[in-house]
Design a binder for this molecule. Structure first.
Ligand SMILES: NC(=O)C1=CN([C@@H]2O[C@H](COP(=O)(O)OP(=O)(O)OC[C@H]3O[C@@H](n4cnc5c(N)ncnc54)[C@H](OP(=O)(O)O)[C@@H]3O)[C@@H](O)[C@H]2O)[C@H](O)CC1
Ligand SMILES: [K+]
Length: 512
């Protein structure tokens, strides 16, 4: 799915009205119907609902939702917050359509005093329909007072389209003073960029995109550098193995990983690589790591470095389709020289992680020589070492885009919604994964998966997208079976076959 700006959403809204020959009031009714159905499916009929409506079209959605919920015999109260003089045309129509029963209990907030008098009862469901994509300045005055009331009330809050008070296209790095803290956001049609920034997690802990049937062609026509990857997007990238093939068809991977005390990183990356389709894998590492691997993973071939504590040298790289460098390698100067020589000599596909990134951060001139489409997988701290500090997450995103473009690399910036920045400036936000992955070894596993896919023959952009998605998806499968608290990275690797199988089941080339 694309992520569009507020201005672009307005254009798509207008084009939908024109091309579907639907009036704006009927489009609003469609939106309200879908949201009301979703609210009914979430909460039992005995939960009272209070709908806070603003004066624009977001308020119009709220007024229509209130009517539709009351037609379903829900206990509904409407509170209109008059932050401007007049309703928008469609909000006015929906205000006039309120049934008498709702008009009789309607509360209008016209002043600070009215706002201060509001009392929101315990165990109610608040529908926040005060401001949506039309917000054009920070919230003050009566809206601010009402928002503080909602945030301090012991109730469940569902925001329609946008938590009132949040600007959707960028981020100042700080939570706005006045912004509804939603439990769930029903985002109309598409996600909004602001929902993907970590600083907004208190305002938008969960969002769901509700399909309101906006014109598909109009959505396609709007240019955007931002995408949100979902299951069907990634399933479509999967390529079946060829019946007439052999191990050579699926390439030979070289993993340069491990040093004294970090054999586990190499073992995890190696196992994840072999579970992600590579035909052959050679791990070049220290004796201790090679011993551990021979015991744990007989499918991997090994080469023992001449140094006991870290890796220093690897002569012939010509037979490998892809190389993974970094998990647990440390930063010894000989290891640094090994990375330099890999960058200089290797013509194939390369992924660099962990200490490999820290070595690059200490030798930034090498970045200019990275083979095209090299994949880098920093976490935020590693990215800061590579590219310097950023004031806000929005700035960091722009910095990551510029970095990927400048060095013609694919930068996977790991976060809750991992950003996959492509050399052309586009960014794909990953939608899978959970806090159970916030553990040592998780990055090694991701490197291994992507190395497996690169070796298997996936072009680097597809390997980056598919690998990141599957890594999170597998962790989500684990979280369904066990607590996030106790997921081990080895559990994730064990579930990889199941994750591939599930994704393959929705790809037409696997169904036969
Ligand atoms: N995306 C779609 O296709 C559809 C979206 N729908 C819904 O419509 C809203 C967007 O509606 P819009 O009327 O453009 O905007 P809002 O309802 O968010 O608010 C506009 C009014 O709010 C005033 N405003 C703006 N900022 C503030 C502020 N900080 N404090 C007080 N008042 C503010 C603004 O007044 P101005 O005089 O400043 O212009 C407007 O009065 C979208 O989010 C969806 O919910 C449709 O239902 C259909 C399809
Ligand atoms: K809202």
């Amino acid at each position: 799915m694309k992520i569009l700006s507020a201005t672009q959403l307005k254009i798509v809204d207008a084009l939908t009205i024109e091309r579907q020959h639907i009036s704006s009031i009927d489009l609003m009714e469609r939106v309200a119907k879908i949201c009301a159905e979703r609210i009914c499916s979430q909460y039992t009929a005995d939960l009272p609902v209070v709908v806070f409506c603003g004066m624009g079209n977001n308020g119009g959605d709220g007024l229509a939702i209130a009517r539709l919920l009351s037609e379903q015999n829900r206990m509904v109260q409407v509170i209109v917050v008059r932050h401007t003089e007049h309703f928008s045309a469609d909000a006015q129509v929906n205000f006039d359509r309120l049934p008498k029963s709702l008009q009789a209990t309607l509360i209008t907030v016209r002043s600070e005093n009215d706002a201060g008098q509001l009392h929101i009862k315990e165990n109610t469901c608040v529908i926040d329909a005060m401001l949506g994509t039309g917000i054009n300045k920070p919230v003050t005055g009566i809206l601010e007072t009402v928002i503080h009331k909602i945030n301090s009330a012991p109730c469940t809050v569902i925001s329609i389209d946008v938590p009132s008070g949040l600007m959707i296209d960028h981020s100042s790095g700080e939570l706005p003073d006045a912004c509804v803290q939603a439990d769930l956001v029903l985002s109309l049609q598409l996600p909004k960029l602001a929902y993907l920034f970590p600083e907004n997690k208190r305002i938008v802990p969960h969002f769901e995109c509700v399909d309101i049937g906006l014109d598909q062609q109009a959505l396609l026509e709007q240019p955007s550098p931002y995408y949100f990857a979902e299951r069907q997007d990634i399933a479509a990238l999967l390529v079946p193995r060829n019946k007439f093939s052999h191990k050579g068809t699926y390439g030979h991977a070289l993993l340069l990983a491990g040093s004294s005390g970090t054999s586990g990183a190499a073992v995890i990356a190696a196992e994840a690589c072999l579970r992600s389709g590579a035909g052959l894998l050679t791990v070049h590492s220290t004796k201790q790591t090679v011993d551990a691997l021979s015991y744990r993973l007989p499918e991997a071939m090994t080469q023992t470095d001449e140094h006991d504590s870290f890796i220093t040298f690897c002569d012939d790289l010509s037979s490998y389709r892809a190389i993974g460098f970094g998990p647990g390698v440390g930063r010894a100067s000989e290891t640094q020289q090994l990375l330099k020589s890999v960058i200089q000599r290797f013509q194939g596909r390369l992924i660099i992680d962990a200490d490999g990134l820290n070595i690059l951060a200490e030798n930034k001139t090498w970045l200019e020589f990275l083979p095209k489409d090299t994949i880098l997988t920093p976490h935020p701290k590693e990215f800061e070492r590579l590219a310097g500090p950023s004031d806000t997450h929005f700035d960091r995103l722009q910095k990551a885009r510029a970095f990927a473009t400048r060095y013609a690399c694919i930068l996977i910036l790991k976060d809750t919604y991992t950003h996959i920045c492509m050399p052309d400036g586009s960014v794909v936000f990953n939608s899978t994964g959970n806090a159970g992955l916030a553990k040592g070894g998780s990055g090694d596993c991701l490197t291994g998966i992507i190395l497996g896919l690169l070796t298997r023959g996936y072009p680097p952009p597809q390997a980056a997208l598919t690998g990141t998605f599957i890594h999170g998806y597998t962790a989500d499968l684990c979280a369904e079976m066990m607590s996030q608290e106790s997921i081990l990275i080895t559990d994730v690797i064990r579930q990889l076959p199941c994750a591939f199988k599930q994704l393959e089941s929705t790809n037409k080339f696997f169904r036969s």
